[in-house]
Each structure stands twice: as structure tokens, then as C-alpha cells.
Write a protein that binds this ligand. Structure first.
Ligand code: GAF
Length: 391
């Protein structure tokens, strides 16, 4: 894909580009905890966005998307929210401008194989890849964390999803064969080898994509804040659900709408699960780790209500299989993928079992990806020496 993207760029724009590879992400456990100052355990994967970029000495940005085979241009004097995939790039440019990072016109080809709406965070990959490319070209000298935070602001301000930091963080900090536990409050992080040669990480894409995903996401975030406000009356020291305990929540239960109580209960439990899961991972106990994944799914489905019948069905299929140690809906929810830890020697059996049963139930095939953990966003070294004539 890298070579094709480069060639497409040369055909369209007639010069050598900088190439940046920007991955999607998985998250082993810790869902909807990031915007509650909790912990997450993500990793970057082998599905990616590829950018080819060079400057064009104008004030215009011309972006060709291979996946839709269209070129969209925008003016650097007029960067405003715009429908379609270009919004994610414009959000990044807007935030760079807001942060007084100089941006000049550029030409760009964007390609990728991260399925959209699958919960693998193609949007953070689009954002992180572009920040990294422009940082390299303009020599801003941003840290990876600054890039992630800028990507998050882009997501808030242009697509309007009030996301946490997990996706942009994982996209820019991923390390091959390692998962990373991020403390979303202090932004401190620690890598852990994901060293289980007998297991594979298998993603089952329900192929469901609910349009509610972003609006309901923001509603969940608001409900968590509502819970925190109620708890603060008795416990002013509680700044977010990260600081809350189940007894604190119980004490205000009667003052909360039932749904707000449920949302908060899930988050408080999930933040603890990530801590427990990390201990299990260090001890090499993938079996008990898997039980926590099932518990997360249960919480996401019945308390947080971000699952859907198709995802619940995929997890129930996983539960039937002895080769699966754990499974759950992954990412924001309302469609997309389940993540499954599956014994390596039974992956193909699992694949055909899930495909057949899902097909029977819903009349459509799921997509199944056996994924690997890879590095976060990478500047392609062969193209990294960015000569002045491309400026
Ligand atoms: C989406 C968001 F972008 C993340 O910040 C995170 O909240 C996730 O949903 C749920 O864990 O991917």
C-alpha cells in the first residue's frame, strides 16, 4: 500500500512525497474510561492509513483519497467544518493554526485499510498521521503526546465527538508486540509485552454501523459528568469517576436517574477491571484476563448500553467456544467489532463457526481480522529526509 500511495502521489502531483504510516488500534480492556480519567490498555495494529504529502508553495491543500477516488481541496484561509472524510484533516489543520503552528499549502494522497465505523479508530489514524507528517515537514518539534492531544482537539472541534485521549494516544505511541496502559489523568504510561504465542487477537466486524454512535457517545460522557456532580455534594474531593467508589455512588443512588446510576456503576467497575487485568497480564494469566473481558462486555451491554443485538450475538458465539478465552465489544460501540482472544491452532475453526452462525442469524457475513500489534505512527525513513525543494 505504501508503494501504491507513493506512486499515486507522483502521478497526481509530479514529485516525491513524504510517506507516513498511521495505524488503527485495538483496546484489550478499559472502555469508556478515558474521558473519566481512568485507565485503558490499547495497542496499535496492522491496519493502517498511509499518507503521501509534500508542500505545494500555495495556500491551498489538495487531498486525494484513494478509498473514494476523489480529490478535495481547501483553502488555508477558510478552514471550517466540512462534511465527509476531509473534515478530519481540516480539524487537524485548524487546530495547528489555533496553536500558532505555521501551516503552508500541501498536496496529499491518503489511502488505508482500516474499516470505517468498525471501532478500530480510523479517525484517530487520519488525525495522528497528518499531525506527524506536518510536524516532520514544518519541524514543529512536537512531542508524541502533544500530537495526540492536538488530534483529540481536532476530533472535538470538527467531527464534534467529545472523545477521550485513548485512540490518538495509541495511534502515536503504539509499540510492536506491546500493549500500553495509559493513565488518562496523568498521561503516564507503561508498556507490557503481549507475549502469548498460543493466542491470536481476532476481531469480528459485525458490519453494523449505527448513525447514533457519535451523538450517544456525547450523551454517555454527559451522564458520567452528571453522576460526578451528584457525588461531589457529599465528596467534594471527587473530580471524576476515577476518584469515585461504588459506596459513594450508592449513597446518591436515589438522587440519580436510573440510567445515570448504571453508567457510573459500569465506569467505576471498569476502571478497577483495567487495574486487575494488568496484574493478570503481567502474571501471564490470560484465562482470568478473558473473564474480565466478558465482564466488560456485560457492563457495556446492560449498564452502559453501547452494544447492539449483533455484537451481543457475536460475544455469545465466542462464549460457546472453548478456544476463546475472552471477548467483548470494542471501542465506542453501537456497532463495529468484538475483540476475541482465540487459541492460535483453532483460529480458522473459530472463523468459520462465527461466519456461518452470524450469516444464518443476520443474513450477512461478518468480516474477521486476525490482527497483530504494531508500532504507532511511523515516518517512513526512506522519505524522511525532507529536502528544501519539497518545501
Ligand atoms: C472511542 C473514543 F474515541 C475513545 O476516546 C474511547 O472513549 C472509546 O470510544 C471508548 O473506550 O473510540
Amino acid at each position: 500500500m505504501i508503494q501504491q500511495t507513493r506512486e499515486k502521489f507522483i502521478t497526481l502531483f509530479g514529485k516525491e512525497p513524504l510517506i507516513v504510516v498511521s495505524p488503527g488500534r485495538i483496546n484489550l480492556i478499559g472502555e469508556h474510561t478515558d474521558y473519566n480519567d481512568g485507565f485503558v490498555l490499547p495497542a496499535a495494529i496492522d491496519k493502517k492509513i498511509v499518507y503521501a504529502v509534500a508542500l505545494n508553495n500555495t495556500r491551498k491543500c489538495n487531498v486525494h483519497a484513494v478509498f473514494t477516488n476523489e480529490t478535495v481541496s481547501f483553502d488555508l484561509e477558510h478552514v471550517v467544518p466540512t462534511p465527509g472524510w476531509i473534515n478530519y484533516l481540516m480539524g487537524v489543520v485548524y487546530q495547528l493554526q489555533q496553536g500558532n503552528y505555521p501551516v503552508e499549502g500541501f498536496d496529499c494522497v491518503i489511502a488505508g485499510d482500516i474499516p470505517v465505523g468498525a471501532g478500530l479508530s480510523s479517525s484517530a489514524a487520519v488525525e495522528g498521521g497528518l499531525v506527524a507528517a506536518l510536524d516532520h515537514i514544518f519541524r514543529y518539534g512536537m512531542s508524541r503526546m502533544e500530537m495526540a492531544l492536538l488530534g483529540q482537539r481536532a476530533e472535538h472541534s470538527f467531527p464534534g465527538v467529545k472523545c477521550g485521549i485513548m485512540d490518538q494516544f495509541a495511534n502515536l505511541h503504539g509499540k510492536k508486540d506491546q500493549v500500553v496502559r495509559l493513565d488518562c489523568r496523568s498521561l503516564e504510561y507503561e508498556y507490557f509485552p503481549f507475549d502469548f504465542p498460543d493466542y491470536r487477537i481476532v476481531l469480528c466486524n459485525s458490519m453494523v454501523h449505527h448513525s447514533l454512535a457519535s451523538s450517544e457517545y456525547n450523551v454517555r460522557r454527559h451522564q458520567c459528568e452528571e453522576g460526578v456532580k451528584a457525588i461531589q455534594v457529599l465528596h467534594p474531593e471527587v473530580k471524576s469517576l476515577r476518584d469515585a467508589t461504588l459506596p459513594m455512588l450508592e449513597a446518591v443512588r436515589t438522587q440519580l436517574p436510573a440510567k445515570v446510576y448504571d453508567r457510573c456503576k459500569y465506569v467505576i467497575e471498569e476502571i478497577q477491571r483495567v487495574q486487575d487485568a494488568t496484574t493478570l497480564l503481567k502474571a501471564g494469566d490470560l484465562k482470568t484476563f478473558g473473564q474480565l473481558m466478558y465482564a466488560t462486555h456485560e457492563g457495556l451491554s446492560s449498564l452502559y448500553e453501547v452494544s447492539c443485538p449483533e455484537l451481543d450475538f457475536l460475544v455469545s458465539l465466542a462464549k460457546e467456544r472453548e478456544e476463546v478465552t475472552g471477548a467483548r465489544v470494542m471501542g465506542g460501540g453501537f456497532g463495529g467489532c468484538t475483540i476475541n482472544l482465540v487459541r492460535q491452532d483453532k483460529v480458522e475453526e473459530f472463523r468459520s463457526f462465527v461466519t456461518d452462525r452470524y450469516q444464518q442469524q443476520y443474513g450477512k457475513a461478518p468480516e474477521i481480522y486476525v490482527t497483530t500489534i504494531q508500532n504507532g505512527t511511523v515516518i517512513n525513513t526512506d522519505t524522511a529526509d525532507f529536502p528544501d525543494e519539497r518545501r
